[in-house]
Ligand binder design. Sequence first.
Ligand code: CAA
Length: 380
Amino acid sequence: MNFELTEEQLAVQAAARDFAQNELLPGVIERDEEQKFPAEQIKKMGELGFMGMMVDPKYNGGGMDSVSYVLAMEEISKVDASCSVAMSVNNSLVCWGLEKFATEEQKQKYLTKLATGEIIGAFCLSEPEAGSDATSQRTTAEDKGDYYLLNGTKNWITNGNSAGVYIVIAQTDPEKKHKGINALIVEKGMDGFVVGKKENKLGIRGSDTHSLMFTDVKVPKENRIGEDGFGFKFAMATLNGGRIGIASQALGIASGAYELALKYSQERKAFGKPIAEHQAIQFKLAEMATQIEAARLLCLNAASLKDQGKNYVKAAAMAKVFASKVAMDVTVEAVQVHGGYGFVKEYHVERLMRDAKITQIYEGTSEIQKIVIARELLKS
Ligand code: CAA
């Protein structure tokens, strides 16, 4: 396996790093504190090509590979995981799903705008009673001939208020179970569609997480993605790639915290020398760096398999379950290295520690990833 990066991949990584350090770092503490959605920053990310990185240039995308996407996600997540979750959902769950499965008309109408960040997308699967158990959708899309009548509630939707386009997973024929589910493209402003309350969260507080309510929303048939009953498979296929995005987010949160701990440990003195010269701290730094390197390799492996058109279901789930655990462990240690300073906001590591937790929950909990991995193992 050769993970030597190409010049193009290195350039993407450098551009993402510059953007994150120069444009995301200033104000990130305030955005977290005020739960302020980074609208301006995301607009700029769209202009720089980070919102539709892998989309074909004929639909206004960047035409980049998944490895470049991992590299960019890591750099942006080092600084602001609220920005990177919007980026991940737009790239992996919305743009990828549309490019792969939508009709040409749907791509021209929606993908061309989503790929530039002119509008951003949301992926609406989770419900009050259907998170991990994704077939138990209560939201209904009743077939009314030339339209679906959409009714129900979605919960914890990333980009919930800021999106212009929502991919909504809903049950059309409960008797058919997962084969009776459809994925519908819903536009903001459709009659009967209301954005509900914003969640007050532990982490990724700048991210715009809302519940959504649909009451007799008429969604034209031409807004269905794929054949009738394809919605569950659409969601599963899309989440496979989404897991590479969230694994890379977790990697970035971990490496961001590690870099801060490394720098701090060389500046802070105790017992007459920088704390980095004490073995207790050296052990922590070595452990963090090793864990991060392993997580990075898993992320790159999953992305590389995807780029080669090979099966990446297991690799993506492995990357996510491992990198999200690393994100938790490393951020806790980074706070510890900072001592009392780690517990205050100015030093950033407490925010990264809070942000890390969600990577073990969304786009499939760690427990779900293990189920996905085990199923793939048992298949072979
Ligand atoms: N990739 C492709 N296809 C898959 C798949 C996968 N990973 N997993 C299942 N499928 C297909 C199966 O092949 C099967 O197809 P057939 O009908 O042709 O046989 C079909 O889907 C049904 O499969 P199962 O019977 O195995 O489905 P299940 O009900 O047992 O569920 C599960 C499997 C893995 C638990 C699934 O429900 C799951 O992944 N749940 C987690 C959902 C999730 O990630 N939720 C997070 C919400 S999104 C989010 O968080 C976004 C955000 O805001 C950041």
